[in-house]
Design a protein around this ligand. Structure first.
Ligand SMILES: C[S@@+](CC[C@H](N)C(=O)[O-])C[C@H]1O[C@@H](n2cnc3c(N)ncnc32)[C@H](O)[C@@H]1O
Length: 185
């Protein structure tokens, strides 16, 4: 089953919703997040992060491989009185424009090959918010395989070129809030 089929099926389950509240890492990132500018939410799912960022005043683009997820994200934004650019896109083939985003978020979607482009996609001074599952999440059943979980310290090492603003390594997840330096290098 492809990723698209898997997530479409999950999002189509009656009454199923991954989350309604912004993830804790977003709340932790709040002091560094701007209230205007462009934000990109990668693997946006049902749109709770997109809507939260848009409600802060950001102009948000949300990308996800699942058309069912994107449709749910559209409805979620409507219900919350915000607008966003929501698009079906496979992140394994779509490039991230370099130096283009004031904020990039990527929560619970792990594709290490995308990390350099995520860092490069930030404008100087732009803020990255990432949360990934870690090994303990497999034990408690949050992740089905080790393939999509990060090793201890991997997230920090993967974004070593950015200034760390907040970092947390828990047994089931790791999160990072980091900023690109203010010059244009
Ligand atoms: C665990 S969910 C996380 C959703 C959302 N970020 C959240 O925090 O609720 C993983 C998401 O990744 C999306 N996804 C999986 N493979 C993808 C790909 N190749 N390109 C874009 N999105 C993908 C799925 O459709 C799903 O919405």
């Amino acid at each position: 089953m492809s990723a698209r089929e898997k997530w479409d099926a999950r999002y189509a389950e009656p009454g199923w919703r991954m989350g309604r509240e912004p993830k804790a890492v977003l709340v932790a990132a709040e002091p560094w997040l701007p209230t205007s500018g462009r934000a990109l939410d990668l693997a946006c799912g049902e749109g709770q992060t997109v809507a939260w960022l848009a409600a802060r005043g950001l102009e948000v683009t949300g990308l996800d491989i699942s058309p069912v997820g994107i449709e749910k994200a559209r409805r979620w934004c409507e219900e919350h009185g915000v607008t966003a650019d929501l698009r079906v896109q496979d992140l394994e083939v779509a490039p991230i424009e370099p130096c283009s985003w004031d904020v990039i978020t990527c929560l619970h979607y792990l594709d290490r090959a995308l990390w350099p482009a995520m860092a490069a996609g930030l404008k100087p001074g732009g803020v990255l918010v990432v949360e990934v599952l870690t090994e303990g999440s497999v034990k408690v059943g949050h992740a089905r395989t080790s393939r999509f979980v990060a090793a201890p310290g991997e997230l920090l090492a993967g974004f070593a070129g950015l200034e760390v603003l907040h970092s947390r390594e828990g047994s089931t997840s790791a999160s990072l809030v980091a900023r690109r330096s203010g010059d244009s290098s």
